[in-house]
Design a protein around this ligand. Structure first.
Ligand SMILES: Cc1cc2nc3c(=O)[nH]c(=O)nc-3n(C[C@H](O)[C@H](O)[C@H](O)COP(=O)(O)OP(=O)(O)OC[C@H]3O[C@@H](n4cnc5c(N)ncnc54)[C@H](O)[C@@H]3O)c2cc1C
Length: 392
C-alpha cells in the first residue's frame, strides 16, 4: 500500500503543485538558508491573499472557504522544496491558545488579522536562565492604570526579526510561588523599548535575543487572566508539541539519498546503491521516516476531532527529531567526504542539503521541548508512571 498517495491530501496535490509552480520562487529556499530566517514574508503575503492561511478557521474569526486539505497540501509542497514557515507555525500555536483562553474581543481582534497575514507572532518564553524550566521566567510585567509595563530579556525568540508581535511570558506577581504569578502578553515588536538582536545557531538558523525596557502594552494584550499564565502556558505548550506545524511532511532523506546513491560510483565503477549495506541503511531510514509521518497523521487526526491535543504530539516530536539526527548522521557516513560539501559548494550532493540539515537536526531535540522533558511527559502523563522528581 502506498501511504504517500493514499493520504487524505492526495486529491489536492495536483492543484497544490500548480499553486506552488505559479507562486513560489525557488530562490526563496536559498534566501532562507543564507539569511537563517525561516519565514519568507513575500510567500506569506501570497498565502494570505489566496485564503490559504485562513483555511479551516471558523468564519466568525476570519476563516475562509479554501479547503484545509488544499492548504495543507500547499504547505507540504513548499516544505518539500525546503521552505520553512516557522513564524506562521508559532502564530498558529498562539491563535489556538487565544481561541481557547482569550476573550471574544481578543479572538475577533487577533485571529482575523493573522489570517489576513497582517500579524505574525513569535514565542517569548525562554530566557537566559530558564528554558525547560520555563516557569522560572524573570521578565516582569507591572500594571500601571490600564496598561502593563514589561521589563526583561528573552532568549531564542525565533523569527522575531520579522514578526509583528511576541507572545511574552512575564512574572506579574513576584511574591507568589513560581507557577502562580505568571501572565502572557501579546507585545508588538514596534513598541518603544523593544529590541531584537540576532543569535546565529550551528544549524544556520538565526534566532534572536529580545529585550524589553519599559515596554507598555494595553490591558487587552493580556491573554488569559492575570497571574494565571501557567494554565495558559499549558495550553500553549500542548499546541506547540501537538498541533501539526504547516511543515508536517518532511523532505525525505531516504529519497534524496537513494537518488544520489543511484548515480554516484565507487572506484570500481559500480553504483553506490548496488552495495547491499548502503541499500539496507537507506531502507531503514525510509521506514523511520514513514513512522514519523504516520505519527504526524495520528496527531493531526486526534487534533481534528477537537479539543486540546494529547501526548501524541510529544511522542511524535521526540521520535521525529531523534530519528532525524540518526538519518543525517547515517547520510553523511554513506556520502563520505562529498557529504561535507555545504550548500554553496559546486557539486554538493542534493544541493548541500545533507550537510545543512545535519547541522540543523542538532537543534531539533532542544526546541519545542527537549527530549528528556518529552520523555518525562510521555512517561508520566501518557503511561501513568510515577514522577521521577519531587513536585515543586
Ligand atoms: C534553534 C532554537 C530555537 C528556539 N526557539 C525558541 C522560541 O522561538 N521561543 C522560545 O521561547 N524558546 C525557543 N527556544 C528555546 C528552547 O525552547 C530551549 O532551548 C529549551 O526549552 C531548552 O532550554 P535550555 O536551552 O535553557 O536548556 P535547559 O533547560 O537548561 O536544558 C539543558 C539540558 O538539561 C535537560 N533537562 C532540563 N530539564 C530537565 C528535566 N526536568 N529532566 C531531565 N532533563 C532535563 C534538557 O533536556 C537538556 O538536555 C529555541 C531553542 C533553539 C535551540
Amino acid at each position: 500500500m502506498d501511504f504517500w498517495e493514499s493520504d487524505d491530501l492526495a486529491e489536492h496535490r495536483e492543484a497544490a503543485r500548480a499553486w506552488v509552480e505559479a507562486n513560489v520562487r525557488p530562490e526563496w529556499v536559498d534566501e532562507q538558508r543564507r539569511s537563517g530566517c525561516h519565514q519568507t514574508m513575500e510567500l506569506h503575503a501570497l498565502l494570505a491573499r489566496d485564503g490559504i492561511l485562513a483555511a479551516g478557521w471558523p468564519p466568525q474569526y476570519g476563516g475562509g472557504d479554501v479547503d484545509p486539505g488544499f492548504a495543507a497540501a500547499v504547505f507540504d509542497e513548499c516544505a518539500r522544496l525546503g521552505l520553512h514557515f516557522d513564524g506562521w507555525a508559532t502564530t498558529v500555536m498562539v491563535l489556538h491558545t487565544v481561541q481557547h483562553v482569550g476573550t471574544e474581543a481578543q479572538k475577533r481582534q487577533y485571529i482575523p488579522a493573522a489570517l489576513r497575514g497582517e500579524l505574525l507572532i513569535a514565542l517569548g518564553y525562554s530566557e537566559p536562565d530558564s528554558g525547560s524550566d520555563v516557569a522560572a521566567a524573570k521578565t516582569t510585567a507591572v500594571r500601571d492604570g490600564a496598561e502593563w509595563v514589561v521589563n526583561g530579556q528573552k532568549m531564542f525568540t525565533s523569527t522575531a526579526q520579522v514578526c509583528s508581535h511576541v507572545f511574552v511570558l512575564a512574572r506579574t506577581a513576584p511574591d507568589a510561588p513560581k507557577h502562580k504569578g505568571l501572565s502572557l502578553f501579546l507585545v508588538p515588536t514596534d513598541a518603544p523599548g523593544f529590541e531584537v538582536q540576532p543569535i546565529h545557531t550551528l544549524g544556520g538558523q538565526v534566532t534572536n535575543a529580545t529585550f524589553y525596557t519599559g515596554v507598555r502594552v494595553p490591558d487587552t494584550a493580556l491573554i488569559g487572566e492575570a497571574d494565571q499564565g501557567w494554565s495558559v502556558m499549558r495550553v500553549a505548550l500542548v499546541y506547540e508539541r501537538g498541533v501539526s506545524s504547516p511543515t508536517s511532511v518532511e523532505r525525505t532523506v531516504a529519497d534524496d539519498l537513494a537518488a544520489w546513491a543511484r548515480e554516484a560510483r565507487r572506484p570500481d565503477g559500480t553504483a553506490v546503491l548496488d552495495d547491499p549495506l548502503v541499500a539496507e541503511r537507506i531502507g531503514r531510514i525510509a521506514v523511520e521516516e514513514e513512522v514519523s509521518r504516520l505519527l504526524g497523521r495520528w496527531m493531526n487526526w486526534n487534533a481534528a476531532k477537537g479539543g486540546v491535543p494529547g501526548p501524541e504530539g510529544s511522542m511524535r516530536k521526540l521520535f521525529w527529531s531523534e530519528a532525524g539526527q540518526r538519518h543525517f548522521s547515517e547520510a553523511l557516513d554513506i556520502l563520505g567526504a562529498e557529504g561535507l560539501l555545504a550548500p554553496e559548494a559546486p557539486g554538493a550532493p542534493a544541493g548541500g542539503m545533507f550537510e545543512h540539515d545535519f547541522r540543523n537536526a542538532v537543534v531539533t531535540t532542544i526546541y519545542g521541548g527537549a527530549s528528556e522533558v518529552l520523555r518525562d511527559i510521555i512517561a508520566e502523563r501518557h503511561l501513568g508512571l510515577p514522577r521521577s522528581r519531587p513536585s515543586l
